[in-house]
Every structure is written in C-alpha cells, then in structure tokens.
Design a protein around this ligand. Structure first.
Ligand code: ATP
Length: 747
C-alpha cells in the first residue's frame, strides 16, 4: 500500500475516496508519502490564493490579529485513496499493471490484486520486492502496531515513532540484559534448528501497574526494528480457535504481546446472578477487589496504560477482572489448554519474541509459568529513589555547561556557590525593579482615571482611585517583576521571590507611585521587560482596566522550562529523589507529577514532599472510601441474600402447601370416584333386584296354567329315577356274575 500510494497514477485516479487523519506535522502517525506531501503543497497554494483574495476585501490587521503564531497548528491530513472495486492502471518498469482494491466481505479485510500481461511473473516479484524495500525503509523510524480482531486476523492499527530505550528508567542492567537476550535469540535460529528446539522465546513482564512494562516492549521493538502484534486476552471474543489462528499468522520476526495474562479465563457472570450472590456470601471480601492490589501506591495517580489504552483497542472493555473488579464477558471461551496450544502447539509460528504482561503473577497457572513457555521473567516494582532521580533527569533538559564539580558528596552545592547564586539573583532582581521604576516615572499621566465598581469607564471624569484599581496597576507591575525574576533565579520557590504574591498591602509603594497612572502603564512596563517578539494578548487594548495577575495555579502551568545547568539539575534531581519514598509510588505516578510541573523543575523538586503527603492522605481517604463502599456493598449483598433466602423459604413452603393440596385433591377425587362407583353399584343392584322381582311376579302370574305341565314333568322325573335304579341293579348283577366266573377259574 505504501508503494502504491507513491505511484503518480495512483494519485491521479479519477475515482477516489477521502478521509482525514489528525496529528501535528512533526508527529504524524502515518507514512509521509509523496502523495501526502503533494496534497500539503496543494493545500498551501490554496491557502495562499485565498489569503490574497481576501486581502482585497478586508482591512488587514484592523483587529490586531497576530501573525506570529508560535504554536504549530495541529494538522488535519486529507488522505486520498482510489476507491474500492475500480481497476487502476499503473506503469511499472515498462509494464502496465492493473490494480484493484477490494474488500473481503467475511473478514472485512482489504485485498489488493495486481495483474499484468507478461511472459513471466518476474515483474510482479520485482514490484513486491520494491514495495517491501520501501516499507522497510519507512519502518526504520517507526514501529507498526497490529491488533488482533474478532475474526482471528491481525489488523494494522497505527505506526508509532520509536521510543528510545534510554527513556525507560529501570534498575541498572535490566534493559541491557533484555536487549542482549533478544538479540542473541534472533541471531540463533540455526542453533535452535540444530537441536530441534522450537525457535521461540518468551518473556514474562510482571509487576505493579504503571511501572514501564508496555513502554519497555515498545522501546525494545523499536530498537530491534520489529513490529508489534497485540492480543488482549481479556477481549470478549477470544476463544481457543481464534487465538490459535492468530498465533499461526504472526510473521516470523516480530514481537507478540499478550496483555493481561492474568485476565485470561477469568470469566464471570453478572453480579445480579442469584447463585453468585448466595455463593459469595462467604467470601465477600474478594468482591470488587479481585486482585486489585491497591496498596501498590497507585492511588489516584493510576493511569490506564499499556498498548490497548494507547490505541483504543478492546482492552479493559467490559472490565479487567484483575484491576477493576468489573466483569468480563461470558462469551470469552479461551481455555488454558487452548492458550498453551496457541503458544507452543504445532500451529504456533516460530521466530517471534513473545511478551506477556501481568500485574498479578500469583494468579497465573503453573503451566503458564513453566520455563520453556516464558523463558525470561522480569519483575517491575514501584520507583526506587535511583529511578526517581533518573526520571527527573530524563524529564528536564540540561544545557551543556561545566561538569558538576563543586557538588559535594551528598549532592548539594557548596555553601559559597549557593551564596554567590543568591547574590546574583538578588542583584538581578534589583536591576529589574529599577528598570520598572524608571519606566513608571516616564509614564505620561493622563486625565483618565481608573474607576471603582461599577466597571463603566468614565473617561474624563476625575474620581479617586479605589483600592481595586490601585491593586490592579500595582499587581501588573509586580507581575512584570515576577516574570522577570523567575527567569533569572535558580531556586524559584526556595528563594521565595520567583513568584511573588501580590496583595494590596504589599504593593502600597508601587501603588502610591502609580495612583493616577493610565492604562499605558501596562504596555510601557511590558515594553521594558519583554525582549521576545510581541504577541498581542486578548484584552491588551483595554484602556480603562488592566488585567489582574494570573493566579498562582495558572502561573505555575506554563509549559516550557528553561534548560537547567548541570549543577542545578543535579541538585534538583537529588532533592526530588530524596522526597520520593523508596518503592512506594509507580514511575507512571511520578511522571504524572512531573508533568504537572513541567515548566518549573524547581517547584517540582521542592513540592515533592507535600505531593507525597497529599497522595498518602488521598490514598488513605480512598482506602477508607473503598472500605466504606465495600462495607455498604457487603451489607447490601447480605440484605439481598437474606431477602433471597426468605423468598426461597417462602417459595418452598408455598410449594409444599401446594403439594399437600394436590394430595388432598387427589384423595378427594379418589373418594368421589369410589362414592360414584358405589352409587353405580347400588343402582345396579337395585336394577337387578327389580328385574328379579319382575321375573318372580311374572312367574307367579303364570303358575295356574302350568299345574298339569308340572305333573307331567314330575312323572317324567319319576320315570327317569326308575330307569336309573334299574340300570344300577343290572350293573350290580353283572358284577356278581363276574366274581363267580373268577372264583371258578381259580384252583
Ligand atoms: N520505568 C519507566 N521508565 C520510563 N517511563 C515509565 C516507566 N514506567 C512507567 N513509565 C511511564 O508511565 C506510563 C505508563 O507506563 P506503562 O504503560 O509502560 O506501564 P505498565 O507497567 O505497562 O502498566 P500496566 O501494567 O498498567 O499496563 C508511560 O507513559 C511511561 O512513559
């Protein structure tokens, strides 16, 4: 893409899309392609033309707009790219190439297809090689950052200027060891191959937040000229398969960064889940404090750091269990075996430097900790005094001067040197005061006066100057002194005169001299002191009221510190480090503090103790608030738990009652059935009875008619009886005959 963006044909495309990038010209986060430069040129021409055009109509300079804008304006770059799905023709080394940008719909990733009509594909190979060369040349100064996306692919997110390793303040030897180890690894591919050892190296950076883990990785990647591929293991979409495909797709030489190693597999469901509430009643103390070891002194200074926060990726989205006690999505289905497989399975790519960061080493599974997966472990602690001093020295520039010879053994300037400096400062101060007095004397007194409230300028009407008007004049004069003196005094706050506080009482002498001064005082005084190019300020043209002095708070927020001489720097750095307690505050915390005093190293050094005290007080307050919050939450949970238990109890009772009722109903139904049956039986019996009765009656009704028949029947019966007895007799006589026959036959 870089190569394409440099083709003139690409830039001349008639169908193009535009978008914008922001950034200052010096720190543009994108490649400064010729297309960009051409566009800048066009923009400049257009602006010049417009300015010329407008001059014809406007009264130039009428409202005093200042042309000298010392601040470089942030630049909005217009990015200009040929559209998708259109074929563009580019001429390259005697061949016409057809180039087409398109988007893959499934992964939404961009694809560029280049075709050429030629006898061999050499021309395409040459093109790719040249593109690679140009890309690499560009990468010398920047590192490319890729983030894993939910489709299991790497998405280019940004390119960043390299961070010098020297800007990372770590205990002596740590950086050197890491650099040597990484360099050695990258050189020893053959060594690994000869021994059949997978060519991979893992580094585990663990320790308190804001101690420089991510910064070190960034700086190291820049030093080794490697791109960074970041995966946040707490992302909701991470699963075994996506991680495996991601790890299989990293290029051979790069830095792979696994963020939040401790947050992997820490999935939770919603806090409102009943089971969780009931189950957690016994370990309430862990709630909302899931490893958020807050006695690491981060307190209010804790910063969201790491790559994901830089680049706005998915990290900490949905919470980071380790720190915030919030909840990770329950869609994250990464398993330990999936992670191990992705790290050193067959599909895992080789040649990469794997960095994993965690704030909670104790939460890591033993399998992950096993050497071979994470070969080098580096612990990051809160800032030591040594680091604090180095940080201060890094932060404030030192001008090239004579070496620090007369800084005595404990780092302080010798008494003589100090006295000489104070004397110089006092003299410089007096000189300025004299100059201002001179200026005030020369001021032409006009008849116009300052008026008290209401602030309506009453030109030409004399009135006695009020306290407030005197104060404003005097303070502007003193302000002038203060700004002048702050430039010359080496010990701003210790001398007590670098930011003199102006009050009506303290400014009486000045006010007497200027009781009838006009508004021209301000400009006259400013003319005395200012040697810088004049920049017209808002309200400077006021003639009735002079601006009040900036408050101390505003005054201390100026943004540039004059370079310190080495001796002063040594003293201030020592003073600063003396005030920082050993390993109590993170480097990020100290950096935040120094940023607040960016323009005033003296104040930064002298205020450190009060900052430490206020941070501690704040931390105690936060801890108390946290404890109170936790207690409240605990009570709330306990209440909810009781309510839930009660509800469950009631529900159970209700269910039992219902079951009882059901039983009774069933019994009743059975009884009813029985009764019904009985009734039916009864009815049946009655019916039978009735039927019999009827039969009997019928029979009785017929009895007269059948008397003869009865007799006949009786006769038949008698005959039958007779016949039967005869037969019996006969059989008896037969038996007797047989017996006789037998007895004859026997001897
Ligand atoms: N040792 C250090 N040297 C220089 N700067 C540091 C150091 N530690 C922290 N910082 C500064 O503090 C900020 C946060 O640092 P960084 O993100 O590297 O911390 P971290 O240890 O990765 O934190 P986390 O664990 O929260 O990701 C950065 O702006 C960095 O410049």
């Amino acid at each position: 893409m870089l190569w394409l963006s440099r083709r003139p044909e690409w830039q001349r495309s008639r169908e193009f899309e535009t978008t914008i990038r922001s950034g200052s010209t010096s720190t543009s986060s994108t490649f400064g392609s010729p297309a960009d430069q051409e566009w800048d040129e066009a923009e400049r021409e257009w602006e010049a033309y417009n300015a010329h055009f407008e001059r014809g109509y406007s009264h130039h300079g009428q409202d005093g707009e200042d042309d000298t804008d010392p601040i470089e304006k942030p630049k909005t770059r217009i990015v200009f790219q040929p559209t998708y799905d259109t074929t563009h023709t580019i001429f390259f080394r005697g061949h016409w190439l057809r180039v087409r940008r398109s988007r893959k719909h499934d992964t939404n990733s961009e694809m560029i297809s280049i075709s050429v009509i030629a006898r061999s594909n050499n021309i395409l190979k040459q093109l790719v090689l040249q593109a690679k060369k140009e890309y690499e040349a560009e990468c010398v100064h920047r590192i490319q950052i890729y983030f894993a996306d939910a489709h299991g692919s790497w998405r280019w997110t940004d390119s960043r200027a390299k961070r010098p390793l020297s800007s990372i303040v770590l205990n002596p030897g740590v950086k050197e060891m890491l650099v040597d180890d990484a360099k050695d690894f990258l050189r020893s591919e053959k060594w690994y191959a000869d021994r059949g050892i997978p060519f991979r190296r893992g580094y585990l950076l663990y320790g308190v937040p804001g101690s420089g883990k991510s910064s070190l990785i960034h700086a190291l990647a820049g030093y080794l000229q490697l791109d960074i591929y970041v995966v946040s293991l707490s992302a909701s979409w991470i699963s075994d398969s996506t991680l495996t495909s991601l790890m299989g797709r990293v290029p051979a030489r790069c830095v792979v960064l696994l963020e939040d190693l401790d947050a992997a597999f820490t999935r939770s469901v919603s806090r409102d889940d009943e089971e969780e509430i009931l189950g957690s009643s016994n370990n309430n103390n862990n709630n909302g404090n899931n490893g958020g070891n807050n006695n690491n002194a981060e307190g209010p200074q804790e910063q969201q750091s790491g790559f994901s926060s830089f680049y706005g990726s998915g990290r900490r989205r949905g919470g980071r269990s380790g720190r915030s006690g919030e909840y990770l999505s329950d869609v994250n289905t990464l398993s330990l075996s999936g992670l191990l497989n992705a790290l050193d399975g067959v599909a895992a790519s080789e040649g990469r430097l794997l960095f994993a960061t965690t704030n909670h080493l104790d939460k890591l599974d033993e399998a992950l900790r096993r050497p071979g997966r994470m070969d080098v472990w580096i612990e990051f602690k809160n800032a030591s005094k040594w680091q604090a001093e180095a940080l201060f020295r890094n932060f404030f520039p030192a001008c090239d001067e004579d070496e620090v010879e007369d800084v005595d053994s404990d780092g302080a300037l010798s008494a003589g040197e100090l006295e000489a400096r104070r004397r110089d400062a006092r003299e410089a101060q007096k000189r300025r005061e004299r100059e201002v007095d001179e200026a005030l004397k020369n001021i032409k007194v006009e008849s116009r006066m300052f008026t008290p409230n209401p602030p309506v300028p009453t030109t030409g009407v004399p009135s006695s100057p009020s306290t407030s008007s005197v104060w404003s004049i005097a303070s502007s004069a003193s302000n002038l002194l203060s700004s002048a003196s702050s430039l010359s005094l080496p010990f701003g706050s210790s001398s007590g005169s670098s930011t003199p506080s102006v009050s009506p009482a303290s400014s009486t002498s000045a006010s007497r001299k200027t009781s009838s001064a006009s508004s021209s005082i301000a400009s006259a005084a400013a003319a005395v002191s200012s040697s810088r190019p004049h920049v017209k300020k808002f309200g400077e043209g006021n003639t009735a009221y002079i601006a009040p002095p900036p408050t101390d708070d505003i005054a201390s927020r100026r943004h540039s510190a004059a370079p310190l001489d080495k001796k002063t720097l040594a003293v201030l750095a020592k003073k600063f480090a003396d005030g920082v307690p050993e390993e109590e505050f993170s480097v990020a915390g100290l950096q935040g503090y120094l940023l607040k005093h960016k323009s005033n190293p003296h104040l930064a050094a002298s205020n450190i103790e009060s900052w430490v005290a206020s941070e501690r007080a704040l931390r105690v307050k936060l801890a108390q608030e946290k404890a109170a919050r936790e207690e409240r939450e605990k009570q709330l949970r306990e209440k909810r738990r009781q309510e839930l238990l009660l509800k469950r109890e009631e529900k159970k009772k209700q269910e039992e009652k219902e079951a009882e009722m059901e039983k009774i109903k069933a019994k009743l139904a059975e009884k009813e059935k029985e009764e019904e049956l009985e009734k039916m039986r009864q009815k049946l019996r009655e019916k039978e009875e009735e039927a019999r009765k009827k039969e009997r009656e019928e029979r009785e009704g017929k009895s007269g008619d059948s008397a003869e028949e009865k007799k006949e029947e009786e006769k038949v019966e008698e005959k039958k009886e007779e016949h039967k007895t005869e037969e019996e007799k006969k059989s008896d006589s037969d038996d007797d005959e047989d017996k006789e026959n037998w007895s004859d036959a026997l001897p």
